[in-house]
Design a protein around this ligand. Structure first.
Ligand code: AHM
Ligand code: MG
Length: 335
């Protein structure tokens, strides 16, 4: 049997190779992975763990919180607040930023997360996941403020997601490609199962919530309409469609076999730029996809170049196989 590489060893080697990651970032990523293991256990227990159902509360976006949303948020905070690697955290489930309490040492990094993405799938036993993004705290001695988080995605120093499905898989980038780790449940360790993940540039598979079709803008309608025409249409090939309604699961499929994911702006809430959140959904996913050779735009510009204005800002998202993303983007930006 070939030798197994555990997450710890992978990260230590990343640290050794030209100091690709500093020791504090290595520690941070190990702690996030440990928190994901705990969330995975809670998710796996399901109804036996009394973790199902709603929590009778709403988050800052006015969405009903599930018990597991809150548990996952607490697990991530408790795991990360004391280690000395972080200065502050931000989450989909918290209105403001969470400063590391004064009793603990302050670190150089900022952590953002969607603790449990795809909450509508919790109760129906369909894959859900955790998404995270790591930024460096801007230089200076003053305390951290919300504005310190408002950095474009191209300044991320690490990003990843953990999908809780038939397997628990952690997918990670520190800016040197994408690696996947599968949780060995008996040992409780993440094992490296794929390095240098590459997304095919072309695809025959798209992911979009078709029930919103009547609300879409013209370029998105045109793209999907051309896909639906199949062999007989301008694309000259048949397309397949998938929509899990957990971004983590849809992105993981694209990481594994290619495809294009769209959650575009639509007319249901015309003043909002989209449904998904820029800072802790689109940015980390966009960077992971780019690191695997794909592309990510909001239809008009690269996601990672968007200068955020607020912590919970929303954005239109088109990501996945490069040639498809470029095609949809060109339909939004005609020459
Ligand atoms: P959440 O963070 O509240 O779970 O919402 C985000 C999720 C994504 O995972 C998914 O792509 C999308 O919402 C599905 O939305 P819809 O139910 O409109 O298809
Ligand atoms: Mg989410």
């Amino acid at each position: 049997m070939s030798k197994r590489v555990f997450l710890t060893r992978y990260l230590v080697e990343q640290q050794r190779h030209d100091g690709r990651i500093p020791p504090e970032l290595r520690l941070l990523l190990e702690v996030v992975a440990r928190a994901c293991k705990r969330i995975s256990l809670a998710v796996n227990k399901g109804a036996l763990g009394e973790v199902m159902g709603s929590a009778d509360s709403e988050n800052v976006q006015g969405e009903v919180q599930k018990k597991l949303d809150i548990i996952a948020n607490e697990v991530l905070i408790e795991a990360n607040e004391w280690g000395g690697h972080l200065a502050a955290m931000a989450s989909e489930e918290m209105e403001g930023i969470y400063l590391v309490p004064n009793r603990y040492p302050q670190g150089e990094y900022l952590l953002l997360f969607d603790p449990l993405d795809g909450s509508s799938n919790i109760d129906v036993n369909v894959s859900i996941g955790t998404i995270f993004s790591v930024l460096r705290k801007p230089e200076g001695d003053r305390g951290v403020e919300e504005s310190d988080f408002l950095q474009p995605g191209c300044q991320q120093v690490a990003a990843g997601y953990c999908v809780y499905g038939p397997q628990t898989t952690l997918v990670l980038t520190v800016g040197d490609g994408v690696a996947m780790f599968t949780l060995d449940r008996e040992q409780g360790s993440f094992v490296l199962t794929e390095e240098n993940v590459r997304i095919p540039e072309d695809t025959k598979e798209f992911a979009i919530n078709m029930s919103n079709m009547r609300h879409w803008d013209e370029p998105v309608r045109r793209y999907i309409d051309e896909c639906l025409q199949g062999k007989e249409g301008p694309r000259g090939k048949d397309f397949n469609m998938r929509w899990v309604a957990s971004m983590v699961a849809d992105v993981h499929r694209i990481m594994t076999r290619g495809g294009v994911f769209l959650y575009p702006w639509d007319r249901r809430e015309p003043t909002k730029p989209g449904k998904l959140r820029l800072m802790y959904e689109a940015n980390p996913m966009g960077w992971l996809i780019e690191q695997a050779g794909g592309a990510a735009t909001n239809g008009r510009q690269r996601i990672l170049d968007i200068a955020p204005r607020t912590l919970h800002e929303r954005v239109s998202v088109i990501l996945g196989s490069k040639n498809e993303v470029e095609r949809v983007t060109s339909y939004h930006n005609p020459l």
